[in-house]
Design a protein around this ligand. Structure first.
Ligand code: 13P
Ligand code: SF4
Length: 359
């Protein structure tokens, strides 16, 4: 069976044998048949449940390859999946991703059931800031618009003027047309956007009593926050230099949640979708992805001709919670249902909608 691209998924019509053959074509070189057979049977069961429950499955690019290539109706980055969530007419949305993504789907679809297969699928960035922190920033910098990364919880979005993702962050900041913006909570993404938009950034320090210390003596146009992705903060410039010494012809791609120094030392930076497109469209002898390691596996499974160098220790512990077993159970037992209080949802909806309207 020919290997399909990352974005084409319709396994609902396939038998267990066909799913197995597809998985074997993609992953036969790295996984034994009995493992692929087990996963094909699970995927088949999930696809039947999906039809029975009139559900759509959205899969983030960081899902493990056997899940990624068998059950999602749509795969993509945060922005892409938000758009798919906004357009669905299914009764149930199963989000194979992390909580903030499932919450965004619920914010956009209050009448549908949104399921997240694991209760433990959080995110270090979303955990780095509270709604109270945003209120304190707004008090400290009155009138300055607040841009929040979608990697935040609904109550933080509700305090914001507009959301952004890694694929539209600079465009969102520029769309505001203001001299100054508050950009939360990713310190590194903010640093990368500040560089791209030519702005100087300051990072207020939160004191134990909750008040904010900010050096406003410099000429600043962005106010950031010290949240970090626990995965992308692991990469450093020395890693890149070591790989370039061993593979001089390597093309290095870094997610914008990596530090500005790492992004500067790379050949390309973009959202997970943008990195996938880059690898599919550009011919290079080797590629190094500075991002969650399952994505390299997914690209390799879709493009067996591409030489992906692996940094396989860098797995997001939150994305890693989502398995085929948990996804089957989410449809079987209706778990875990995502709820967003209406008063918060309505305000968060405004910030997400404003972002989606930017295009
Ligand atoms: P993308 O929007 O680029 O898919 O990123 C989401 C994420 O959580 C990266 O760590
Ligand atoms: Fe959050 Fe980082 Fe995991 Fe993405 S990779 S979900 S930003 S912890």
């Amino acid at each position: 069976m020919p290997v399909k691209t990352l974005t084409t998924h319709d396994h609902t019509q396939m038998s267990v044998d066909e799913i197995f053959a597809d998985l074997k074509a993609r992953m036969g070189a790295i996984s034994p048949d009995f493992e692929l057979q087990y996963k094909a049977e699970l995927a088949y069961e999930i696809n039947q449940l999906k039809v029975e429950r009139n559900a759509v499955i959205l899969g983030h690019n960081y899902m493990e390859p056997a899940l990624f290539h068998t059950i999602p109706d749509f795969v993509g980055d945060s922005l892409d999946l938000s758009r798919k969530a906004a357009r669905t007419d299914k009764d149930v949305i199963v989000f194979c991703g992390v909580r903030f993504m499932a919450e965004t789907a619920k914010i956009l679809n209050p009448t549908r059931t949104v399921l997240l297969p694991s209760e433990k699928a959080g995110c270090s960035l979303a955990a780095s800031i509270t709604a109270e922190d945003v209120r304190a920033l707004k008090e400290r910098f009155p009138g300055v618009p607040v841009v929040t990364y979608v990697n935040t919880y609904a109550d933080v979005k509700a305090e914001s003027d507009i959301c952004c993702t890694s694929s539209n962050a600079a465009a969102v900041v520029e769309s505001l047309g203001t001299d100054t913006v508050i950009f939360l909570p990713d310190e590194y993404l903010a640093g990368n956007v500040a560089r791209d938009t030519g702005k100087h950034i300051i990072y207020p320090v939160k004191l134990p009593n909750g008040s904010l210390l900010a050096d406003t003596s410099v000429d600043y146009q962005m106010i950031g926050w010290q949240g970090r992705c626990e995965v992308h903060e692991k990469f450093n410039v020395l890693d890149i230099e070591a790989v370039r010494a061993q593979y001089p012809d390597v093309v290095v791609l870094a997610h914008p949640e990596c530090s500005p120094e790492v992004v500067e030392a790379s050949d390309f930076s973009g959202s997970t979708n943008a990195m996938i497109r880059y690898v599919e469209e550009m011919q290079a002898p080797h590629y190094l992805l500075l991002t969650e390691c399952s994505m390299g596996d997914n690209i390799a499974a879709a493009n067996p001709d591409k030489e992906m160098l692996r940094l396989c220790t860098v797995r997001c512990p939150h994305m890693n919670q989502i398995t085929l077993e948990m996804t089957r159970d989410s449809l079987l037992y209706n778990q875990y249902v995502i709820e967003v209080p209406e008063e918060i949802r309505v305000r968060a909806y405004g910030a997400v909608e404003r972002m989606l309207a930017i295009g």
